[in-house]
Design a protein around this ligand. Sequence first.
Ligand code: NOJ
Length: 751
Amino acid sequence: MDLSSKDSDKVDTLMGLMTLTEKIGQLNLMAAGEGLLTGARQPTSLAERLADGQVGAIFGTKSLATARAMQERALAGSRLGIPLFFAEDVIHGHRTVFPLNIGLACSWDMDLIAATSAFAAAEAAAEGLHQVYAPMIDISRDARWGRVAEGPGEDPLLAARIATAAVRGFQGNDPGGKGRVAACLKHFVAYGAPDSGRDYDNASLAWEDLLTIYLPPFAAGVAAGAASVMVAFNAVNKLPMHANAPLIEGWLRAGTGFDGLVVSDYTGVAELTAHGLGRAPVAVARALHAGVDMDMVGEDYLRELPGLAETGVAAPDAGIALSAVEITALIDRACRRVLRFKQKLGLLEDPFRRMERAARPPARAKGRALARKAAARAAVLLKNDGLLPLSPKARVALIGPFAADRANMLGTWAVSGRADDVTPLHEAVAALTGRLPALAWGANIVDESWLVERLNVHGVTVQQDPRPEAEILAEALAAAAAAEVIVAAVGEAKEHAGESSSRLSPDLPAPQQRLVAALAQTGKPLVVVVFAGRPLALGAVAEQADALLYAWHGGVAGPEGVADLLFGAAIPSGRLAVTLPAHPGEVPSTYAAEPTGRPSPGRFAKFRTGWLDLPDDAPRFPFGFGLNFGDVLYGPPRLSRSRARAGQTVTLQIEITNTSARAAIETVQLYASDPVARITRPRRWLIDFRQVPLGPGESRVLRFRVTADQFSYPLAPSLQDAEWVRDPGEIHLHIGANSRDTQRTELTWMD
Ligand code: NOJ
């Protein structure tokens, strides 16, 4: 069939011509290589499937030549000449690896996130890819969960804005356009709220929480035009997401109007059986019925749908009954969505449009410059007792297992990144200051050998020094003794965070805690730089350090961004997108927790919410927190009116002044709280923010629009019966530099 003709609707025409087998083949999403087996099934030979026209799409091709070869095979094997589309995990950059997404979130800079997404899209598109499995927009408030690294942090408004910016960057106005790719919002939904922080575990939460915390980023991504969505592995309130018709066909499609493609996660359909939802073919019928259009890797659709389309399914124990006719209609529905997706990408017109020579990757140097800027913007300055920025003339000892590290800087899910592309911190410092710092390993990353073995399952970057710890430390102290300033480079290995990498105790691994304590004892000025994939409880480190920089895993130019901040070539502007727990046991934690009847510290100090073994005044780094080099003062907030009708807009005005002689980038944050509502509401929640550059001594007046809809909330005895309400009465507005240090104003809605 000539798919390049423009006249008739090709999808309708194809649907009319395709056999059932061909339609089922379109629902099969395969992995390109042998790769690492991360799911329940070993993939079948791809060549075999391509020859039989039994593949709809492939992920993980890794090169333009491979994609081209596979496309040619697919076209040869498809009677109607239906092309494949190619996907990849482009999570925080492609070949040019940017900071982890949790780091990018800490930039609070939506143009930057759009720019890094656009650059990644251009690199991916030049490799023949059409879809990226990003953005990952799972809110998480649990530092134990390893995939915090990939996400936008703890706040729904920030995450929703990130979803919008990332979709804009990946897709532009057209996911099939030059240098663009289709975004895939994931993981739908509440994957970031697993029980006890264990990966893949189920989420049990109030429907109100689902509607106000976990779903808003997806709503925003859909509104921005995201072309696809990936379903999460977990169950939400007892129903596994791969069988969750009320959420997929209900909330997502009917509720938001999403009309794109829904893909399973890796063997997610097959995993319904382990969830207890029935064996194939029942599990397959449930997934298809729930709205999972493509089956990633498991091939259960391929195996089971032909039979189901003949017999239908009746499984009273699993609560599903569908006739053969109904199954056939569901196969049609899914196949049509796959074809529409291909049509949207322009593939039905030209299967090779991504593979033309004209599709050159963007200049790597441009990407590096963007990555360096992003790394500096992602790092959060948590403490600075006047030590930073350092003089380039200072004699520095750079100590710690990350001082000369490349591989870990890439962070988790950098499948196309190369450690060789990373400029390590000691070289970045040397390039900036003109002198190589004294260097020492200082401590092993972890000391439990079993943990090293576990980490190495994911890769082999966790190097250990076999010498006794005392010897390693003595060498570090000798380097420190000869220096004027110590910079300690500590943190987590990249395998510490990411998929299937939850930690029971999210803190700085013990050998590195001992290192920082020993360095602090020298009395020399001490800067601690933390490279990590999750928010860590820093404990005594926060007191021992004179300056503390939380740099995440910053990507190919991560260490250069850090060096820029250390020596004042860049100004710190990062703000925490996630609360750092005050103790590894203080999880989950969020600024937006609900109040209780016994707040802490309270009048009846013994009967309080809190822990016996954690002081109430333990040093805390709350959501939104981050320092500038100098001070920014906030004037009193003023409201345009203190009483308003629901249709009226109220303006909150505030003046901010940079009182220092250094430039600053301030992120002004506006929170709200509702002292009296029909149900308990969060203590406060973010309703807006604005990022503004301020020259030395500069003042600026900012205005925020406040509207009644920012105060509506759901009452939801069930998902279907959710009702959004808004009450008249007093609300509070809190404005400031982070979620804790704010000034309050009051406003009354008269209706
Ligand atoms: C499993 C992960 O959960 C998902 O995020 C990823 O996109 C797929 N594997 C494909 O690699």
